[in-house]
Design a binder for this molecule. Structure first.
Ligand code: GLU
Length: 304
């Protein structure tokens, strides 16, 4: 398939969509990102890559990092992890405290903030150097040793992270946080602040399109069973509380972040990452979702 032509075509088609969303502004470092930035990378299981626009420019991956934390936590803890965090869509904002209270400190899924705090806590509980381990893991997955934490973003996450502090203490009071709150949050704020390009991100997710094995190196990065499960949780919980509409419009497992990135996986075929910082009211990239909708429509590729 001529993905390059398709990307260029989509790039033109979405031009009129710019200017309708709003860049995340809960921290100054994100509020400053130029709204018209726009990149796409497709990585196929055959090893080909197709890029468009600002595909090589690192952006703040934010909640996309929750997939890396889940993958590491499952590796360390196995299925026991699911006693501490659920795997159902939340139907609530990603930072809701109300639901966590009602459900007695068991977060609905690993892709809302409370759930990611539990997966990150799991990693920290096994590893004193969890921040370093996370960074090395992501560098390995993306085959880019230059991937970095953006320290400025990490510091502002901490400075403005009152709700995440509240959520962590709440989890702690329910016995669902093993480690020290500050230690868990330090790793959590850093993982949100990972700076990666569309190409880094598409590469880092490519193994999930290939039953857990890197099609490039042949290395088994996660067992096939776990890849299936991570994809399933992305499909049902990856787009905040817009996940039903996204499945309806796009039809693939995906994970978004408030930095404006959305990464999607088409099992057996490819991974795709789009970056466009203008968000819709729920916190997903407006243009990003449109690009993915057009992509699965034009290529007739979706999981359905
Ligand atoms: N750093 C954000 C927070 O913890 C993550 C937001 C996101 O991308 O969902 O609030």
């Amino acid at each position: 398939m001529n993905y390059q032509r398709i990307l260029e075509n989509i790039g033109q088609q979405v031009q009129r969509e710019f200017g309708k969303g709003k860049v995340a502004d809960y921290i100054p470092a994100l509020a400053r990102v130029p709204p018209k930035k726009f990149g796409i990378t497709v990585a196929t299981v055959e090893g080909d890559e197709f890029r468009f626009g600002d595909s090589e420019e690192p952006f703040s991956i934010q909640s996309i990092s929750k997939v890396f934390a889940l993958s590491l936590a499952l590796k360390l803890e196995g299925a026991k992890l699911w006693t501490r965090v659920g795997r159902e869509p939340s139907g609530n904002p990603y930072n809701s405290l109300v639901q966590l209270e009602k459900e007695r400190g068991i977060p609905r899924n690993p892709f809302i903030n409370a759930g990611a705090l539990v997966t990150t806590d799991t990693v920290v509980s096994y590893d004193q150097n969890a921040g370093r381990t996370m960074l090395e893991y992501v560098r390995h997955l993306s085959q880019n040793p230059a991937v970095q934490y953006d320290e400025e973003v990490a510091m502002s996450e901490k400075e403005y992270g009152h709700l995440n502090f509240a959520m962590s203490y709440f989890l702690k009071s329910h016995g669902n946080l093993r480690c020290n709150v500050e230690d868990v949050l330090d790793v959590y704020f850093h993982q949100c602040a990972l700076a990666m390009s569309c190409t880094d991100t598409a590469r880092a997710f490519l193994h999930l399109a290939n039953r857990g094995t890197s099609p490039i190196s042949g290395e088994k990065l996660v067992p096939a069973r776990r890849a299936k499960r991570i994809n399933a949780v992305m499909l049902t919980c990856g787009l905040y509380d817009a996940v039903g509409n996204f499945a309806y419009r796009v039809g693939i497992p995906a994970k978004s972040g408030v930095g404006g990135g959305i990464v999607g996986v088409i099992p057996g075929v490819l991974s795709i990452c789009v970056w466009s910082p203008e968000l819709d009211a729920i916190g997903n990239s407006r243009v990003g979702a449109k690009v993915l909708e057009l992509f699965t429509t034009k290529t007739k590729l979706s999981v359905f």
